[in-house]
Design a protein around this ligand. Structure first.
Ligand SMILES: Cc1ncc(COP(=O)(O)O)c(C=O)c1O
Length: 284
């Protein structure tokens, strides 16, 4: 079956999906996206993803208020007969004049892609991710750091550095030298038994998985703290992990070739991964 995509109100085969050459998403990166994961046909924390998208759209002045994105997403999942899936919603300001003038864009472009999701095999979770420290910094003063915007080049270039070094992910500091996040995930570490993650003011995308982990920690008896974290605190951490909607909770076991903690997935990481996986199956 050929993949069906949602484009501007219609469900059509991917091969027929076309977007204007004068789309401001293409010309100027004027747009947003969301990546979500569905378990047995249900998107985990769909409302939270849509709220983040709506809040971000307001920052950029993207008029998406009237769109029924929830229905469009569910229709796309059903049209592709998917159960465990990755869903990507991309919205741009739409077509406008060649000279950069956002007021000439009259209608946003909305594209939804949904495909089968093959998670990393369990061995990868047992082994954990190796990371490098990227030369690319997050700018805590830029609104773009907090948005999942079509300006994703910093992340792609940081990820390229990781690949070149034979690592799985790249860690980005902010311009003040504090830990921000990884190229495509948020970061957590454990210091003296306390779960810590960089605060929102450090220039991170406020991840839906990050938010879920911060909710899951207290009932498990884990104290958590959002604060400024130095890089040496990560190298000296008892354990660390990365989060995003697709990888869920991935142990981080090595940084720049040196072990983090014991160099194996830590006990709090395991506990939180188990709790997260229980939660996604209940769909709460
Ligand atoms: C830069 C960045 N930070 C954090 C995340 C994690 O966000 P979420 O947990 O909402 O998937 C992502 C997700 O892709 C990301 O691209």
């Amino acid at each position: 079956m050929s993949e069906i995509v949602y484009l501007n109100g219609s469900l059509i085969p991917r091969s027929q999906a076309q977007i204007s050459a004068l789309d401001y998403g293409f010309l100027y990166g004027y747009g947003l996206f969301e990546t979500m994961r569905a378990y047995e046909g249900q998107v985990f924390r769909l409302d939270n993803h849509l709220r983040r998208l709506a809040d971000s759209a307001e920052v950029l002045g993207l008029p998406i208020g009237t769109l029924d994105l929830k229905k469009a997403i569910m229709d796309t999942i059903q049209a592709n007969q998917l159960s465990d899936a990755r869903i990507r919603v991309a919205i741009s300001l739409g077509e406008g004049e060649t000279v950069p003038d956002p007021s000439t864009c009259k209608k946003p472009t909305v594209l939804i892609l949904a495909g089968d999701y093959q998670p990393y095999p369990e061995e990868v979770y047992q082994k954990g991710f190796r990371v490098v420290v990227s030369s690319i910094h997050r700018n805590s003063g830029s609104p773009l750091s907090r948005l999942k915007s079509a300006n994703y080049l910093d992340s792609l270039l940081a990820r390229k550095e990781a690949r070149t070094a034979g690592a799985n992910e790249a860690i980005c500091l902010n311009e003040k030298g504090f830990l921000a996040e990884a190229s495509m995930s948020n970061i957590f570490l454990v210091t003296n038994g306390i779960l810590r993650t960089p605060g929102q003011e450090s220039g991170i995308l406020p991840g839906i998985t990050r938010e879920t982990i911060l909710e899951l920690a207290p009932p498990l008896g884990i104290n958590s703290l959002e604060d400024n974290i130095r890089l040496d605190e990560l190298s000296q951490a008892q354990e660390a992990f990365l989060t995003n909607s697709l990888i869920e909770v991935m142990p981080l076991i090595e940084m720049d070739g040196k072990p983090v903690g014991s160099g194996t997935p830590g006990p709090l990481t395991q506990k939180l991964l188990t709790a997260y996986r229980e939660l996604v199956r209940t769909g709460e």
